[in-house]
Ligand binder design. Structure first.
Ligand SMILES: Cc1cc2nc3c(=O)[nH]c(=O)nc-3n(C[C@H](O)[C@H](O)[C@H](O)COP(=O)(O)OP(=O)(O)OC[C@H]3O[C@@H](n4cnc5c(N)ncnc54)[C@H](O)[C@@H]3O)c2cc1C
Length: 407
């Protein structure tokens, strides 16, 4: 097995486009030493057809697609309060999934597997299956089986259509694979704004904490953005039997490390695909920023990058599945998102090296925190102190100070 990483400067994101398109099944995603999936080629099966290179964005000098800043922006909420509560922002992804199934399509999205404590993409064909897709899972999802099957089915059966949800890297790869196989017209591609995904070791550490607290090896369900207090609070909820664990952004090491933007995947640190240019039909996210900072239920933002994306949004509005709120300009919305690259490359490399060599997570975190500039360390210390304040006071201070969280 060879890692196709050697041929390009950009690290593999594990988008699975190469695996989905390979005519010989010679490519598989496998976990690297940090637990993140990357593409590996079985050279004995490879026939050097070059399709994997054509489909991989790492071999392109520029990212092709449309510009979010020139695309219509929507601010929406599901009209069903329970859906909003169960979803991470305004429940738009859920309503898009319902709409797809009702017009005879299939939905591909990410589910959390409580048996393996990993995330993977699955195809959903009935409304009962949508609940498993609801909610963001802040881990890398394995899309290889689902994407491969969707493309193969679309090639075989001209009547089948799909709506696929994924991170910008997954959707960019899938868009290219669909173009090459001439099935792009039967896919609605929906990407989420993406902060990045951490190595699985960070999640293992969080799982250990939750297992100890709940005195259980397995969980019945795990949610990453349970709206315990409100939309802005990041709260992990894990249930085991009649016990429930709630893990807030203020307390949990998982969230601390995630938001420090150092221990994200190698590909996330230099990702070009989560920026303004996109080949998706829709880019959806939390409508962060001043405009909706006082809302506690959740508002979804959607950029319609293509006519297909726009038609889907208009139909959802017409059917009454979602309500339109008042959107800002694209620039204002994007200002509240983390669109820049991550500047802490040296700290990232050092911490990842430790993780990949099997060092304990604590050691890797200490190592990168020590490498950070004094200003950043001071800022973090003040943030920690602010966690001692009552939640309401902290929220008011935050609203007064800023345009809301950036993830
Ligand atoms: C890793 C990650 C980083 C994110 N970063 C940002 C950000 O920086 N800014 C922002 O505004 N929003 C971000 N989001 C998206 C945000 O959390 C919401 O998903 C989005 O606002 C849509 O909300 P919703 O209520 O419509 O759908 P949700 O209920 O959140 O459903 C989201 C859809 O995304 C899919 N999905 C969930 N987890 C994953 C995953 N791990 N990989 C691929 N697909 C997945 C599901 O299939 C589902 O259909 C991120 C999400 C993830 C998973």
């Amino acid at each position: 097995m060879e890692n196709i990483q050697r041929q390009t400067d950009f690290p593999c994101s594990g988008c699975a486009a190469c695996a989905a398109i390979c005519p010989r099944g010679a490519i598989r995603l496998e976990p690297d030493d940090s637990g993140l999936l990357t593409a590996r080629v079985n050279e004995t099966l490879c026939i050097d057809c070059g399709l994997c290179i054509n489909v991989c964005d790492r071999f392109s000098d520029e990212i092709r697609g449309r510009d979010l800043r020139e695309s219509p922006l929507y601010a929406v909420q599901s009209t069903d309060a329970v859906t909003i509560k169960n979803c991470s922002s305004g429940g738009l992804a859920h309503e898009l999934a319902v709409w797809t199934l009702r017009r005879g399509g299939k939905v591909v999205g990410a589910v959390y597997d409580t048996q393996t404590d990993r995330v993977r993409h699955e195809t959903v064909c009935s409304e009962a299956g949508i609940a498993a897709l609801d909610g963001s899972k802040y881990l890398q999802s394995d899309p290889q089986e689902a994407f491969g099957k969707a493309i193969a089915e679309a090639k075989r059966d001209p009547s089948v259509s799909f709506t696929v949800f994924g991170t910008p890297c997954q959707i960019a790869g899938l868009a290219k694979a669909c173009e090459i196989t001439k099935v792009r017209g039967r896919f609605i591609l929906v990407e989420i704004f993406c902060h990045g995904v951490p190595p699985y070791g960070i999640w293992e550490n969080q799982l250990e904490r939750m297992r100890k607290k709940l005195k259980a090896d397995r969980f019945d369900s795990v949610r990453f953005r349970y709206k315990k207090d409100d939309w802005h609070s990041y709260c992990i909820r894990a249930d085991a039997g009649n016990k429930t664990f709630y893990g807030s952004r203020e307390r949990e090491p998982f969230w601390h490390i995630y938001f420090e933007n150092v221990l994200l995947g190698d590909a996330c640190m230099t990702c070009r695909l989560r920026k303004e240019i996109s080949s998706a039909d829709l880019r959806i996210g939390d409508y962060w920023g001043r405009r909706y900072q006082n809302r506690s239920d959740g508002v979804s933002a959607a950029f319609a990058l293509t006519d297909t994306g726009r038609a889907a949004m208009e139909e959802l509005l017409r059917s009454g599945a979602v309500t339109a709120l008042d959107p800002s300009s694209p620039e204002e919305m994007l200002r509240a998102q983390n669109m820049a690259g991550y500047a802490n490359e040296a700290a990232h490399r050092r911490a990842m090296e430790l993780i990949k060599n099997g060092a304990p997570l604590k050691k890797a975190v200490r190592a990168y925190r020590r490498m950070e500039p004094a200003k950043r360390r001071l800022k973090r210390a003040m943030l920690r102190l602010s966690y001692l304040l009552p939640g309401g006071v902290r929220a008011r201070l935050k609203r007064a100070r800023s345009a809301g969280p950036r993830v």
